[in-house]
Design a protein around this ligand. Structure first.
Ligand code: AMP
Length: 194
């Protein structure tokens, strides 16, 4: 099935983690994006779940844009097979480029970098800098502790209950794909720069 949106940014780990389901989910998401005609935009590495989602998309004939800062190019082992590899001068430029190109954001399991990128894009939505969907894949409970932290901010009075609408928590890659296929094309006005 073809999607209305054209591209999705995926945030995920530069390691595969301890649960084999996470690598399988990353590959499945990559394949699903490709077969839906959605370009994958991600951190540009060939390691960890980052490599798995890119490999899944490329194996299924999808378009993949990797965006990597020059200082990380060697450390994260830039993926040699992506359709486009954009090398930036800093993490800030990388994040801004990813932000500009995304019609929606998806978080797969990962570590601190994944957490940072996810929270940042949620706070940018809270600040009204964009109004694009943020989908979090809670595969085998990976996101449960992160969501508990966010809910704690509501309980403690540091966030409004409406902040729960800034992101959606979905159980697995097929649910993420089904949700992506329901999204309308991005409004031209939603292209704020950060
Ligand atoms: P991780 O989830 O820690 O494996 O990191 C996943 C991705 O986030 C990688 O592409 C990293 O380059 C990126 N990343 C790592 N640390 C940070 C950070 N402090 N801020 C933003 N992104 C990061």
């Amino acid at each position: 099935m073809a999607a209305n949106i054209r591209s999705v940014v995926v945030f995920c780990g530069s390691r595969v983690g301890n649960d084999p389901a996470w690598r399988s989910a990353a590959e499945a998401l990559g394949r699903g994006l490709a077969s839906s005609g959605i370009r994958l935009i991600y951190g540009g590495g060939r390691v960890g779940l980052m490599g798995a989602v890119a490999d899944g998309a490329l194996a299924a004939g999808g378009a993949v844009t990797g965006i990597i800062p020059d200082f990380l190019r060697a450390r994260e082992v830039a993926h040699p097979g992506v359709t486009d590899l954009l090398v930036t001068d800093s993490m800030h430029t990388r994040k801004a480029l990813m932000f500009e190109q995304a019609d929606a954001f998806v978080t797969l399991p990962g570590g601190m970098g994944t957490l940072d990128e996810t929270i940042e894009i949620i706070t940018w939505r809270q600040l009204g800098l964009h109004d694009r969907p943020v989908l979090i894949a809670n595969i085998n409970g990976w996101a449960t502790s992160m969501i508990a932290v966010l809910n704690g901010f509501v309980t403690d009075g540091f966030a409004d209950a409406s902040s729960r609408a800034l992101y959606e928590v979905l159980p697995d890659a097929p649910a993420i794909l089904r949700r992506l296929l329901t999204l309308p094309a991005r409004m031209p006005a939603d292209s704020a720069r950060v």
